[in-house]
Design a protein around this ligand. Sequence first.
Ligand code: AMP
Length: 282
Amino acid sequence: MQIMREPQELQAWALEQRAAGQIIGLVPTMGNLHAGHMSLVTQARTQAHKVVVSIFVNPTQFGANEDLDHYPRSEREDLAQCRASGVDVVYLPAASAMYAPDYSCYIDEMVLSQGLCGASRAGHFRGVCTVVAKLFNLALPHLAIFGQKDFQQAAVIKRMIRDLNFPVRLLLAPIVREANGLAMSSRNLYLDQALRAQALGLYRTLRRAQELFQSGVEQSTQILPHLAEVLTRHELRCDYIELVEADSLLPVARVTDETVLLVAAWCGSTRLIDNCLLGEPI
Ligand code: AMP
């Protein structure tokens, strides 16, 4: 496994691989790798000859009051997991290698990134699109694997790929959960035992929505109040709960199998997200 820290090194490697006819799969991450991340690697390995994992806590996607300085970092353990999973290249740049001091180019997706997480995290998706575009230009992947865990992020990146003509195929990997249903997340490290119990409320809103849908309730206005109640019962402070159409992310009045439930809530001082398709039992 090669460890690269310089953008030029990764790009030169990717050009060589492409010239040799190798299919490159990219898994972008912010590190502190868990089984959710590794499932993306596994999926990449089934479809690509060479797998690149990037580990970069991207400063441009963090707001001024967010956890950039405290975001969990575990380089040694991350590298060990990548090595054990047959990753070919780990790209671990310093922030200064990605952003020159006078850096001045950004990518703004203007529609899908406005609501949901975009509404409470100003500039977040601008940072995400910018860094993903840069990673595409460096790793030159044929495929990029993103997790359904960040559903809006995947929708925004899919739109960026389409609108800016990146020759990259996006694959969406299912959410990996702990045995009790909590979606795996690097930010779960911030939760003590009491908060972890509260955090289960997110998963329970998904289950409740699926139950209501299975029992024939189809109006969003008849579903959403029950979900808000579940969050309150778990002492979670709701950021948003929305039932949306998967591509446009627009709220729907009447739900179907393909409707996506997106939830974000504060668990103590940690903001957690989760989601599901109503017709895909979790
Ligand atoms: P992050 O390191 O949080 O930026 O996540 C990197 C990638 O891993 C993103 O595409 C996430 O959607 C994905 N991911 C994070 N958590 C999970 C999970 N529990 N299951 C599947 N994919 C995940």
